[in-house]
Design a protein around this ligand. Structure first.
Ligand code: C2O
Ligand code: CU
Ligand code: CU
Length: 466
């Protein structure tokens, strides 16, 4: 089934400073798009830049949301309207998606599904009030392998009024870049890998640095936000040299009793940790991930100065987010099968195509970002509870991500799952997992694997609520 989008680009975009937009299209106009409205609290400029990821070695053709360095960390407040102007300084179209935020569908940033692409030189104002506090991120949803691969992945934090009592807050934006020995980009992917686990980067970074060290007061309490914005890598994180506690996963507070030995984060996932800095000046915490079974340092935290003498027990628990609890007894079960694709060539799109179809959801590969989107893979009634039965019939991991809604992990045929709230289910090889949600946010919500090569070669679709 094809549903047509009928309005003109001009009407949909709500160009800043642009004159009369035609009313009555399918896409809602963002608020604040006309001249005379309040200045945006944040502005992002999609930019192609040269930047030294390593000392003395400049990488050409990076992409960022700022003209002079890495994407900024955006700090918003829960429940407060945020206006974010995005100017496209690239020489290709883009959009911005706010990963994990349960906001109005019109602001979700998916080309053709929720908005027209932002064309070269245009500015689009996004406006939304985040209902949940926590650690989120933002990235394009157009030509994503290229734009994200070159650097357009930023961290977004929604602050709560209540303060848990930390002395400081540190964000680590974790991701790889695919660079050759000369520090320049090499091909973004290999088809052979795209049809398997995905193509890994070659240089691991935290905040666009290799193994950075951060100095923090000895004996102080740190909220450490680990954000995996990589297009492929699964991180298996552990810390040495400290007491640390997991306090939130994918934006939502976790039960105090849930303290895994290692924190597994697929592409797009986040973990918040409460960390006590060592009491002695010069002592260092190492944040490691496992690569081929071996710990590799991502970043270091070094204690400086006198022992502040803080203790983890002094922290107050994070306030929970207002996520509706699904009523399992009434829930309809909807099966989704993640499997192979026919291997043919998808249609071309101004938002890019990798030239292959390797994957599918319910045997239907996503054809690419096209003005005539195919039908929804499931339709949910507003306000009802659902169980999604996610069946991975492949030998590869798929971090399955749903926009606009938060779900709870229920059960798996392979392992015991913690009862976490999330927007991304890290499906293991041949795993079948049940998750549950209340369909309480109307709109067309993208549903895809966050290994971007999988998403871009068929493992995508959308769910319609209402
Ligand atoms: Cu970070 Cu469509 O997602
Ligand atoms: Cu998302
Ligand atoms: Cu996948």
């Amino acid at each position: 089934m094809i549903h047509k989008r009928s309005l003109t680009r001009r009407a949909a975009l709500g160009l800043l400073g642009g004159g009369a937009a035609t009313a009555g299209g399918t896409f809602a106009l963002g608020s604040g798009t006309l001249a005379g409205n309040p200045a945006a609290a944040h502005s992002l400029r999609a930019s192609v830049i040269d930047h030294a990821l390593r000392d003395g070695q400049t990488t050409a053709g990076m992409m960022s949301f700022a003209p002079d360095g890495p994407p900024p960390v955006l700090r918003l407040r829960r429940g407060e309207e945020s206006l974010i102007d995005v100017t496209n300084g690239l020489d290709e179209p883009t959009t911005v998606h706010w990963h994990g935020l349960r906001i109005a569908n019109s602001q979700d940033g998916v080309p053709y599904l929720t908005q027209w692409p932002i064309m070269q030189g245009e500015t689009l104002r996004y406006a939304f009030s985040p209902p949940d506090a926590g650690t989120f991120w933002y990235h394009p949803h157009c030509n994503t392998l290229e734009q994200m691969g070159r650097g357009m992945t930023g961290v977004l934090i929604v602050e709560d009024d209540e303060d848990a009592g930390f002395d400081q807050d540190l964000v680590l934006n974790l991701r790889d870049f695919r660079l050759g020995p000369d520090g320049q980009f090499i091909n973004m992917f290999r088809a052979r890998q795209a049809a398997r686990g995905g193509t890994q980067g070659t240089v691991m970074t935290a905040n666009w640095r290799e193994e950075p060290t951060y100095d923090l007061p000895a004996g102080s309490l740190l909220r450490l936000r680990l954000v995996v914005t990589d297009v492929t890598r699964v991180y298996r994180i552990s810390l040495t040299g400290t007491d640390a506690r997991l306090i939130a996963l994918d934006s939502h507070p976790t039960p105090a009793s849930y303290q895994p030995e290692e924190i597994v984060l697929g592409a797009g996932q986040r973990a918040d940790l409460a960390v006590r800095m060592p009491g002695t000046e010069g002592e260092t915490i190492v944040i490691n991930t496992l690569v081929a079974g071996r710990p590799v340092a991502l970043a270091r935290l070094r204690a400086t100065g006198q022992d502040a003498g803080r203790r983890l027990e002094e922290l107050r628990p994070l306030a929970s987010n207002p996520v509706a609890e699904p009523v399992l007894a009434d829930a309809e079960i909807i099966p989704f099968v993640f499997g192979w694709g026919p291997g043919d060539r998808p249609a071309s799109s101004i938002c890019g195509t990798l030239g292959y179809t390797f994957w599918s959801i319910n045997r239907t590969p996503w054809p690419g970002d096209l003005p005539d989107a195919p039908g929804a893979i499931a339709r949910l009634e507003m306000g009802r509870s659902y169980i999604f039965r996610l069946q991975n019939e492949t030998r590869y991991n798929h971090p399955i991500h749903l926009h606009g809604l938060t779900f709870r992990l229920l059960s798996s045929n392979k392992r015991k799952l913690p009862p976490l709230l999330t927007d991304t289910a890290m499906l293991q090889a041949n795993e079948t997992m049940d998750i549950a949600l209340v369909a309480d946010n109307p709109g067309d919500w993208a549903f895809h694997c966050h290994v971007i090569e999988h998403q871009k070669t068929g493992l995508a679709g959308y769910i319609r609520v209402g």
